[in-house]
Design a protein around this ligand. Structure first.
Ligand code: FES
Length: 91
């Protein structure tokens, strides 16, 4: 059997993201549903550099597994993205 899939979530705590609401995302870890709870590692991060690039949309930003960016992030949006990622790694 292969290793269970693990995901890493970085919540940007740089000034722009923080002011625009990333501080609200600190509750994410407590709100992870059981299927995600032991697979997701949540960490705060310094400015991810995304707020300076218009291509990425609007702060606050969350990055998943170092490559997927959730813009205008809310707990619901991040949970949806995590569920999609989980399906991909279960394939
Ligand atoms: S402050 Fe979040 S990407 Fe810059």
């Amino acid at each position: 059997m292969s290793e269970p899939c693990k995901m890493k979530v970085e919540i940007c705590l740089g000034t722009t993201c923080y002011v625009l609401g990333s501080f609200r995302l600190s509750a994410l870890e407590e709100q992870l549903p059981p299927e995600l709870a032991d697979r997701v590692e949540v960490a705060g991060a310094a400015c991810l550099g995304l707020c300076k690039d218009r291509n990425y949309g609007k702060a606050p930003f969350v990055r998943i597994n170092g490559n997927r960016v959730v813009d205008n992030a809310t707990i619901e949006k991040v949970l949806d993205a995590l569920k999609e990622e989980l399906e991909k790694c279960n394939e």
